[in-house]
Design a binder for this molecule. Structure first.
Ligand code: UD1
Ligand code: MG
Length: 435
């Protein structure tokens, strides 16, 4: 069985109030379009064609850098979903396939399982068209409504064409699967005789019905089909995405007292027996190994954390940090682009930037790496078994070799050899009695 997969992404997205193309708005810190492309790119014997507008051309390279096999079709004017599919026909005809799946780039949560089940229904029953449908929680919605006659699907009416609110339960998810041959033959029959003067792909249901073609629908879970037409929808989809992630982590042995307050990215990786306290945020590229404790209000992005590490509360760790096992990063500590080796303690109020801290070293409260000299970012290397006293300023570039001790409040701007003590003397001056 061969498949053409068309992803519609040329819509104006005017309801998003943003210059960024709608389908590149993010869910779980990942563009909606990428969610869909990840879902469909594992279908065997298939090719993916994305329908884009001229204004999307600037973003084409971004897509190709990640999905090098996808093809593009340009829809010159946004005249509706049927017109968008029409603009991809040249590419579809180049590789004639058995079936064509049309998906909307603004419906990112659809699962591969649902697409497979509806495709199976179409193949098993030799259908010409299978619509993926759903039952929205709220009957007042903007989705296209499925129309039935004697329990048989005969059409889809767009909300904009309904005179008064109609209480139809079953709506169109926006995803339709066709026999490719039927789609190609009938697309030209869609007209734009409607209020919006658009070519609706959904009109094909009525066109197929009138020719006695075999049509049906597959009802899936509504939450999978949440579509994004404005920023309120986007926050709702993000919310649903978080619920999916939380459920998945809880079922895999991640402990969360208040999961509703924890935010994950699309690629967050967390091993077993990890405790996440309330209000922790995971930006992209975070990987947490077993037995880590993340205390409240910590913010992590682009961080790898090994076993038995304690982080937070109120830690900010970002931009390429590796923390090795048994280390402790305490409250109000910020770490950026640094390597923290095993058994290191940075317990309170520090800034560590562009640094390497080797094993068994201790960084005292308020110690700061002064990594920026106004022009360049410079590196700090702290050896093994070092003790960095409280409130020290480590002026980079700087190397502090193994076993050295820096006394509290010292400004260190020279490299420190092994096993050396650097400290700032207290000056004791007698008071002048005459004054
Ligand atoms: C569409 C469906 C509706 C369904 C809903 C589900 C049609 C006519 N309506 O409505 O039945 O309930 O999705 O979310 O299909 N696009 C283009 N070119 C265009 C117009 C749209 O590429 O000229 C793309 C958009 O980028 C978007 C998708 O097609 O990814 C759907 O378009 P949108 O305008 O969001 O349609 P809805 O009103 O949501
Ligand atoms: Mg939409």
């Amino acid at each position: 069985m061969s498949l053409s997969i068309i992803v519609l992404a040329a819509g104006k997205g005017s309801r998003m109030a943003s210059s960024k193309p709608k389908v590149l708005h993010e869910v779980g810190n990942y563009p909606m379009l990428f969610h869909i492309l990840d879902t469909v790119s594992s279908f065997k014997n298939s090719f993916v064609n994305i329908v884009i507008s001229h204004s999307f051309l600037d973003y084409k390279d971004l897509i190709i850098s990640k999905y090098n096999k996808v093809t593009f079709s340009i829809q010159s004017q946004q005249k509706g979903t049927a017109d968008a599919v029409k603009s991809s026909l040249t590419n579809i005809k180049k590789n004639p396939t058995d079936y064509t799946i049309v998906l909307c780039g603004d419906t990112p949560l659809i699962s591969k399982k649902t697409i497979e089940k509806s495709l199976n229904k179409l193949v098993k029953n030799n259908l010409d068209l299978c619509v993926i449908s759903m039952k929205p929680e709220n009957k007042k919605n903007s989705y296209g409504k499925l129309k039935f006659k004697e329990n048989k699907l005969i059409g889809i009416i767009e909300q904009s064409e309904i005179k008064k609110q109609d209480h139809k339960d079953i709506c169109n998810s926006g995803i339709m699967i066709f026999k490719t041959k039927r789609l190609i033959e009938n697309l030209k029959l869609v007209n734009n005789n409607n209020r919006k003067k658009e070519y609706f792909l959904t009109d094909l249901v009525d066109i197929f019905y009138k020719q006695n073609f075999s049509i049906d629908h597959y009802v899936c879970n509504f939450n999978e089909t949440l579509g994004v037409n404005n920023l309120i929808d986007l926050s709702r989809v993000n919310n649903e995405f978080q619920k999916i992630k939380r459920r998945s982590f809880l079922s895999k042995g991640v402990i969360m007292e208040a999961p509703d307050t924890v935010y994950f990215s699309y690629d967050t990786k967390i091993a077993k027996n990890v405790i996440i306290q309330p209000n922790v945020y995971f930006g992209p590229e975070v990987e947490i190994k077993d037995n880590v404790v993340l205390r409240s209000f910590s913010y992590l992005d682009n961080v790898k954390v090994s076993q038995n590490v304690l982080i937070g509360p109120y830690a900010r760790i970002r931009d390429g940090v590796n923390i090795k096992k048994n280390s402790k990063i305490g409250n109000f500590v910020e770490i950026k682009k640094s390597n923290v080796d095993e058994n290191v303690k940075i317990s309170h109020l520090s800034y560590i930037g562009d640094s390497t801290i080797n094993s068994f070293s201790n960084v005292g409260a308020g110690a700061i790496t002064c990594n920026y000299d106004g022009k360049r970012k410079n590196k700090t290397i702290i050896g093994k078994n070092c003790f960095i006293g409280s409130n020290t300023s480590l002026v980079a570039p700087l190397k502090i070799k193994n076993g050295s001790i820096i006394g509290a409040g010292t400004v260190v701007n020279k490299d420190v050899p092994n096993e050396t003590v650097v400290y700032r003397k207290s000056e004791l001056i007698k008071k002048d009695k005459k004054k």
